[in-house]
Design a protein around this ligand. Sequence first.
Ligand code: ATP
Ligand code: MG
Length: 566
Amino acid sequence: MKDEAKTTEAGPGNFIEELVDQELREGKYQRIVTRFPPEPNGYLHIGHAKSIVLNFGLGAKTPDSRCNLRFDDTNPEKESTEFVESIERDVRWLGYDWGERALYASDYFEQLYEWAVKLIEEGKAYVDSQSPEEIKENRGDFHRPGVDSPYRDRPVEESLDLFRRMRAGEFDEGAHVLRAKIDMQSKDLKLRDPLMYRIRKKTHHRTGDAWPIYPMYDWAHGQSDAIEGVTHSICTLEFQNHRPLYDWFLTALGFELPNRPKQIEFAKLAVTYTVLSKRRLTRLVEGGYVEGWDDPRMPTIAGMRRAGVTPTALRKFCERIGVARRDNVVELGLFEHILREDLNATSPRVMGVLRPLKVVLENYPEGKVEWFEVMNHPEYPERGTREVPFSRELWVERDDFLEEAPKKWHRLAPGKEVRLRGAALVTCREVVKDDAGEVVELRCTWDPESPGGTPSDGRKVRGTLHWVSAAHAVDAEVRLYDRLFRVENPAADPDVDFLEHLNPDSLEVLTGCKLEPSMAAPEPGVRVQLERLGYFCVDPDSTPDKPVLDRTITLKDTWAKLAAKG
Ligand code: ATP
Ligand code: MG
C-alpha cells in the first residue's frame, strides 16, 4: 500500500513512450505508426482505455505520426456491427480521432489469402486433413513432442488445390485446415505448425458469406500491422509468447526491420472491485446481472459515460497509472480520486433532496415566493449565479433530521436552528407524525432577519442544509450505485465463480426525489453536483417531465488521505 501510493502520486512512468522518444531522437524512426486493434466482440472497458491512450499518444509523437483504429474482425461468430459502432463511439468520446483510418482485418482477407498461397507454394504451409481431435492430440504438450501430420509432406500442388477448394466452399467445417510448416518438435508450442485458416460457414458482419474460411487471429494480426505500415505493434503481455510466431510469418513474407512492425508488450490494466475480461463482462450482460453493456455499474466506457465519468478523468487516470511490463492491480480508489477532482472543478452545484421530508415555515406568508441568488460554483464566481425559489413549504433531507439528537448534531432536531443554504435560518418547533409514528412533517419558524442565511446579530449557526421549495420542485428518479462486487479481486479464485461476489446492493433506485427548478427537463449527459450528496449525471432514460439522475460518485474521497499517509 505504502509503495503503491508513492508511485502513483508521481506516476510510474511509461517505458514504451521513453523507448519511442529515444528512437525518434536517434533517428531510427522518422515517424511512429500505431494502431488500436479491438476485436468487435464486446464493448470497450477501462483496460482498453489504457491501450487507446497509449497508442493514440504515440501516434501523435510527430506531425506525420498516426494511430489507426483497426478492428481485428476474424471471428464472425462473436462479432457484430453493434460492437463496431460502440467502439467507434467510445474512442471518439475519449477524445481521439482516427481520421479516415477505420480499418478492418477483414479488408485484408484477400491479401492474407494470397500470402497464404505464396507460403504453400514455397513449402511453408500445407493443408492438413486430420480431424480437429487428431490435430490437438498430435500437437503434444509441454512434456510431449509433437507428431508430424501424415499430410505434412503432401505435394504442394495438392495443398494448393485443397486450399482453393476450401475457399470455394467445397468442404464442411473441420474437414481441412491450413497450417504453417514450422517445427512439430519445437519447444515453443506455438511454433508446432500453427493453424492459419479454418473452415467456418458463418456470415461475417462485413464480408457476409464471401468467405467460408477465416484466418486465425495469429495469422491475421501481425500481417495486418505490416500492411498498415505499423512501426510499433503494442500489445499486452499475453502475446509475448506469440512473438516468435509473428516474426516467423513476417520473415517468411519478406518483411524485415525496420520495415516491419516491432512488437512491444505491456501489462494489462486490472482494477480492484471489478472484472475486465470481455468474457466475464459478456456473462454479466447476457445473464441479466446488469441492465446492459452501458449499465453505469459496468467498467465499460459506455457504462462510465452513462454514469457521468468525464473523458478527461479517464485519460488522466490512464496517464497516471503509466505503462509497465509487470502486472499490477490498480486501486479503484485512485480512479475515483481523479474523477472527483475533475468533477469538483467542472460540475455546477444544484440542490436536490433524495429522501424528502416536508418543512412548513409557520411564520412565512402563504403564497409568498422569494428568489435567492446562489453561486453555480463556490470556487469560480465567474461561472455565475442562478436564482432558487424559497417559500412556506420546503423539502429537506430526511437524514438531516433526528428526533433524539446527540450533542454534536448540527442538523435539524426539535429546538435546533440550521441554515438553509443561501436562503435563511430556520428553527424546528414541532414534529408531526402519522398514525404509525412516522415523522411526516416538521413545523419550523423562519428568521426574517437572516437574508441568504446570515443572521443579523452574528450568532453562530453551524449546520447548513440543502433544501428545495415544495411548490417549485421537479420530481425525479435517482439511481444510486455502489461497487458491483463485494471483494477486491472477484476473479482471484479459479474455484469460485466471480458472480458469487456480486454486490446485491449495487443499485438503489429512489423515486419521488425533489430537485430545484433549474433541473427541469435537463439534457441527458448533463453533470451536476447535488450539494452534499455527490456528483450526478442525467440519464438517457429521462423524460421531459421526469429527470432520471445517476449518481456518478459520492463526495467523500478517502484516496487523498491514504496517499498522504503513505
Ligand atoms: P479482453 O481480455 O477484455 O477480452 P482482449 O484483449 O481480448 O480483451 P481486444 O479487443 O483484443 O480485447 O483488445 C484490444 C486492445 O486492447 C488489445 O491491444 C489489447 O491488448 C488491449 N487491452 C485489452 N484489455 C486490456 C487491459 N485490461 N489493459 C490494457 N490493454 C488492454
Ligand atoms: Mg482479444
